[in-house]
Write a protein that binds this ligand. Sequence first.
Ligand code: HAM
Length: 420
Amino acid sequence: MSTFKAPKGTYDLTPPDSAKYLAVREAISAPLKNSGYGYIETPGFEDVALFSRGVGESTDIVSKEMYTLTTKGGSELALRPEGTASVLRAALEANLHKLGNLPVKLWYSGSYYRYERPQKGRYRHFSQVGAEAIGAEDPALDAELIILADQAYRTLGLQNFRILLNSLGDKECRPVYRDALQEFLRELDLDEDTRRRIDLNPLRVLDDKRPEVQKQLVGAPVLRDYLCDACKAYHEEVRDLLTAAGVVYEDDEKLVRGLDYYTRTTFEFVHDGLGSQSAVGGGGRYDGLSEMIGGPALPSVGWALGVDRTVLALEAEGIELELPSSTSVFAVPLGEEARRVLFAKVTELRRAGVAADFAFGGRGLKGAMKSANRSGARFTVVAGERDLAEGVVQLKDMESGEQQAVALDALVAEVQQKLA
Ligand code: HAM
């Protein structure tokens, strides 16, 4: 223990558990890389205004949860609370939408920061893998993204997740619905805070978890009844494409996401083993975001999956990922001469592409064998003075327990052959 601890709401990823996080990131990104998405990386902080305009002043994320700072030069920055606004900003800045065909398809992986009340599954620093398809209005693109997320979760072995799907309408029909909803909500018996929300973001009131509020919401106008024909047809096609792909989803007309940029398709992946923080991922279409941050009209769609919660979901389902051991050969020298010779062999093995490690620190045989066991290596190579005098090392198969003398010169080839 040092004097310091990881800050509240954060935690460290340390071996062996950290390997799970890498595997989850890999499992989520693999289907994206395989579907035309290119990797993008943006800074960990941005101009505050990017988020207040993009994600929305009225959202919790912007109004309560951003880590903001003023630099010595006077710039107002925020640690990024999400990735979509940044990725779109970067794509516009690099003119990616002018370089080739649309959509521009991008994926990313990184750290995000929200000043939230920490609890299991809700952290102040967390990790997402996300995808954005920029500049095309095509229901097949919305479907593609949902199908790829479903595929990612399934390759991890997850089963107890559900896909919630909704349409939030567009700039034609949503304002009409918003008016109708506000009119309904203003008649209810609600506290000050909630009344303010009616003006700012009435759809979020529908999300209120309190039973006394929910009771009053019975009979509230539903967005589905207000969708314009174009939005209805669009949504129908997304649904049909998902069904054709064998992806099971639930229509959830109450699904309102916590970010303001959404239009039309919205969805969330929820896992039933996670308690209150059940959303393992979410996303949707954001046809107006580009214009909101000063760009041209670029209808787009995307999602972000939470890596931390995906790991929790794996644990909830008792899934042990098959993580191949990272070391194949562990070398244990007995004596000074063997140290030099085996260290050189380890270097040679590594250069030949074999994952190898070495008993450092000059401990005795017992301690070194413990390290060899813990490394998970398939083979150990042990050598003492007598072996070296004969020009051999002892190669032990840790699975079968078999041991054989192998000529020093033949070791690399022998190991490669056995591992193949
Ligand atoms: P979001 O729903 O705010 O969407 O976050 C996506 C996922 O990140 C959540 O479902 C959850 O798994 C994870 N997450 C969010 N906050 C936390 C937290 N405090 N602790 C742990 N995990 C968390 C977005 O961020 C949008 N940018 C998604 C998107 C991309 N929409 C369109 N494109």
